[in-house]
Design a protein around this ligand. Structure first.
Ligand code: FES
Length: 111
């Protein structure tokens, strides 16, 4: 699997370093023009969770709640599971999710 480094690299965008991810257990990128993504996990996690943290209700930014294993919106209390699906209203549509992976020392997200 290490030999195909040249394939489809344009789909993957580097959003940060593994050190940044491991420091907080999450990585949030919002200052790139086309990327608004919140990655949750560490380099030890089996799966990284990556979503667009823009609440589908009215556009506030949701935050990851480690305790409940969910994303919560500070504005009107919507909750989303780690898969982005709505667990509690008023939101009705799921968060957009992305595929994330770690490669060398970088965290990459596929749009
Ligand atoms: Fe998130 Fe209203 S904007 S619940």
């Amino acid at each position: 699997a290490c030999s195909d480094q040249t394939t489809a690299s344009e789909d993957w965008q580097t959003v940060g370093t593994v050190a940044e991810l491991d420091k907080n257990g999450q990585l949030s990128v919002k200052n790139l023009p086309s990327v608004n993504v919140l990655v949750v996990g560490t380099s030890k996690s089996e799966n990284l969770i990556a979503v667009n943290p823009t609440c589908t209700h009215s556009g506030c930014t949701v935050a990851w709640e480690t305790k409940g294993n969910k994303f919560g919106c500070p504005c009107h209390g919507a909750e989303y599971g780690s898969d982005g699906q709505v667990q509690r209203g008023p939101a009705t549509k799921p968060l957009k999710t992305y595929t994330a992976k770690i490669e060398n020392n970088s965290v990459l997200v596929k749009q």
